[in-house]
Design a protein around this ligand. Structure first.
Ligand code: TEU
Ligand code: CA
Length: 539
């Protein structure tokens, strides 16, 4: 295999909801340290921490007010250094979340930039309104205008996300210098790289009006621009290439060709990217307009990206997405079977697999009943905007239930004690009500559990080079079945996934290596939500 980060499995932790060590109801770094043996035993080789830096938490840490210090809610810098050290002892490396498209409006740079004469003024995009209107017609990712007026400053500032997330202006050379120093600060502490937040929109080629669109008016001026590639090449050459590290870009709205431009090895920009297209096959235009999930459309998109990039970052859920077992299969009568089927997909595609906390035990979406239960700014802004548009309340609620990021942010379910073992206090948001049924403790001793199936798959992947560096060939994509092959030097693994509760015929060659049903024999028929891996050696 080429790089160590291609062989390992990544586990994403949303620190606020992972494990609380001091009873304040907020997950923290000592809590993560206490779970390192669990993660080691699962077979994890890399931890991606969602932001733990100082933040006023308007967007739960994706609004950073000090890149070089730890949010006291999560612990201290000493705790962070201990985490890096203790993880390293277990051959687990840590990557941090790099959020440089914007800072918090509480960051000292922004606070100083409000003074027109400040040297920090041009760290951000400050502009006058035009004829009593906003500086341009851009819209934000969070269902608002993309400009906020600041009384003190007498001008507007650009924010593609929340008002508390002013965009940095990379046209100012000092901004890139500041970013390089932040990267070196963390890499010198021994982290192994970065998950780079919305890293393909950080260069705004122009602030002109955009073509009016349903989603993100103005994005043609900042989506994967040439200036963006120059920044990535510079960071790679001047920083990343001097450390044993890797980068994975979160690249919104990226197409295969944009993806290749961002992560082909010879481009020397990013090492891999999260594409979004497979996460958009069950929506119309934007996630708030649900479309019936189609295993065929989903499989075809995954297959397209497997062939489009030389190396993929494979994921089915994260802190921004609903729970995959609720979204792409059946979290009711086939919860265990379908969670294992999705695990088989994730761990046998070509690329680095990313598991999101709780996915390995089959955590599901939450049966929210009221908008007051939702804390996420993206959902709250959308609910407000659709109210202004007089969309009927019932439909607005269905939009929220379909797309709210809150589904993924309820506390990790460790056991069946109160608060699911996440905290001894009152959790910052309630635990999912199904924690007595779905929790790590009642799976660890059960050899047939979802969690132990993840462990088996992670080991299988580690022990079979064909799953690491083998090629990908699509075999069959039908209404209900996704089948593909991984091949390397005559060894062929055929993976067949049944996405429905019907039994389906799927007659392929090979010896049964693994089934999600602990089947010992395979006769060309898949049980509901069954996945099998067949093995053959080409003579
Ligand atoms: O998300 C980028 C982003 O666009 C997401 O909002 C995504 O489009 C949507 O929520 C999923 O459908 C990154 C972070 O992952 C997210 O948590 C932050 O809110 C956002 O950037 C701003 O930093
Ligand atoms: Ca805590």
């Amino acid at each position: 295999m080429g790089h160590w980060w291609q062989e390992k499995v990544v586990y994403q932790i949303y620190p606020r909801s992972f494990c609380d060590s001091n009873g304040d109801g907020i997950g923290d770094i000592p809590g993560i340290i206490s779970k390192l043996d669990y993660l080691k035993n699962l077979g994890i080789g890399i931890l991606w921490l969602s932001p733990v830096y100082c933040s006023p938490n308007e967007d739960n840490g994706y609004d950073i007010s000090d890149y070089r210090d730890i949010n006291p809610e999560y612990g201290t810098m000493k705790d962070m250094e201990i985490l890096i050290f203790e993880a390293g002892k277990r051959d687990i490396r840590i990557i941090m979340d790099l959020v440089i498209n914007h800072t918090s409006d509480q960051h000292e740079w922004f606070l100083k930039s409000r003074d027109k004469s400040s040297p920090y003024r041009d760290y951000y995009f400050w502009r006058e309104g035009k004829n009593g209107k906003l500086p341009n017609n851009w819209t934000s990712f969070f269902a608002e205008d993309a400009w906020e007026y600041d009384e003190e400053s007498g001008e507007y500032y650009l924010h593609l996300f929340a008002k508390g997330q002013p965009d940095l202006n990379f046209h100012h050379p000092k901004v890139l210098e500041e970013v390089k120093e932040i990267l070196r600060f963390w890499l010198d502490k021994g982290i192994a790289g970065f998950r780079c937040d919305v890293i393909n929109i950080i260069w705004k080629s122009s602030l002109s009006d955009g073509k009016k669109k349903l989603v993100l008016t103005g994005s043609e001026h900042y989506l994967s621009q040439e200036g963006n590639h120059e920044i990535l090449r510079t960071l790679r050459k001047e920083v990343f290439d001097h450390y044993d590290c890797f980068t994975v870009g979160e690249t919104v709205f990226v197409t295969p060709s944009m993806g290749r431009d961002l992560c082909d090895e010879k481009r020397k920009e990013l090492d891999m990217i999260f594409s979004f297209e497979h996460m958009e096959t069950d929506q119309f235009f934007v996630k708030w307009f649900p479309r019936k999930f189609s295993p065929k459309r989903f499989s075809r998109t995954l297959s397209k990206w497997q062939q489009a990039l030389s190396w993929n970052a494979n994921y089915l859920e994260n802190h921004d997405q609903p729970r995959s077992v609720s979204r792409f299969s059946n979290d009711k009568e086939y919860l265990e079977a379908s969670a294992k089927m999705l695990a088989t997909l994730l761990l046998t595609l070509r690329g680095t697999p990313y598991i999101y906390q709780g996915q390995e035990i089959g955590m599901t979406n939450v049966a929210f009943t009221d908008i007051d239960q939702i804390t996420d700014i993206e959902s709250k802004n959308l609910y407000k905007m659709t109210e202004k548009l007089h969309i009927p309340k019932g439909y607005r609620w269905r939009m929220i239930m379909r797309g709210t990021r809150e589904h993924a942010r309820t506390p990790m379910q460790w056991d069946d004690s109160s608060q699911a073992g996440f905290t001894t206090g009152k959790p910052w948001i309630p635990v999912n009500g199904n924690y007595e049924l779905i929790n790590m403790k009642n799976q660890v001793e059960n050899s047939g559990s979802v969690m132990n199936f993840y462990r088996t798959l992670i080991t299988l992947r580690k022990e079979n080079e064909v799953l690491l560096s083998g090629g990908f060939r699509e075999l069959k994509i039908s209404k209900n079945v996704f089948a593909y092959q991984r091949e390397l030097e005559g060894t062929i693994f055929t993976v067949i996934l049944n996405f429905t509760k019907k039994m389906v015929k799927a007659d392929f060659k090979g010896q049964l290596l693994l089934s999600t049903y602990n089947e010992k024999t395979y006769h060309g028929v898949l049980l509901p939500y069954e996945a099998v891996i067949l093995r053959e050696e080409k003579q």
